[in-house]
Design a protein around this ligand. Structure first.
Ligand code: FES
Ligand code: FES
Length: 171
């Protein structure tokens, strides 16, 4: 099938690609750009491990056509750390023991990022609802929910807000 040229922003950088019409965003990210932090599992929009942000919205990249993202801004798990510092969500998942095998964690964190960008002070039910599309076979979810709540508290703290205003760390 004929490839079509496209460009998009990936983690803040302009990227160009030649893409077949039926190719998924997941495949483009992993195979052309080496962004293997976005995981592969069901390929049927069921498990959420492939979640990335497209213009700030959490989407399953396995069921999103790459060409649908022409001109858009895509954020993957690799785009969250800044200047060698983990995003508060990443740090909180480690601190709270929310990572076991780790396979679901990039998808969990990207869904949590989309939530906290919209709702900085979510209650537990809201966190659980936001993460409901990402399946974890290991953790029982409670530590993940605790980690998201802890990251939300940290991101609301004045020190973090001041750092963001200065343009440093923890996007
Ligand atoms: S691999 Fe995309 S939802 Fe499962
Ligand atoms: S930590 Fe293993 S699937 Fe979630």
């Amino acid at each position: 099938m004929n490839k079509q040229p496209m460009s998009l922003l990936i983690n803040g950088e302009t990227c160009a690609a030649e893409v077949e019409p039926g190719r998924s965003l997941l495949d483009l990210l992993r195979e052309d750009f080496g962004l293997t932090g976005t995981k592969v599992n069901c390929l049927e929009a069921e498990c959420g491990v492939c979640t990335v942000l497209v213009d700030g919205m959490a989407v399953n990249s396995c069921s999103t056509l790459a060409l649908q993202c022409r001109g858009k801004s895509v954020t993957t798990i690799e785009g969250l750390s800044r200047d060698g510092h983990l995003h508060p969500l990443q740090a909180a998942f480690i601190e709270h023991g929310a990572v076991q095998c780790g396979y679901c964690i990039p998808g969990m964190i990207m869904n949590a990022k989309a939530l906290l960008d919209e709702e900085p002070d979510p209650d537990e039910a809201t966190i659980r609802a936001a993460l409901a599309g990402t399946l974890c076979r290991c953790t029982g979810y409670q530590k993940i929910v605790d980690a998201v709540a802890a990251a939300a508290r940290q991101m609301r703290a004045p020190a973090h807000q001041a750092k963001m205003a200065a343009g440093a760390g923890g996007a």
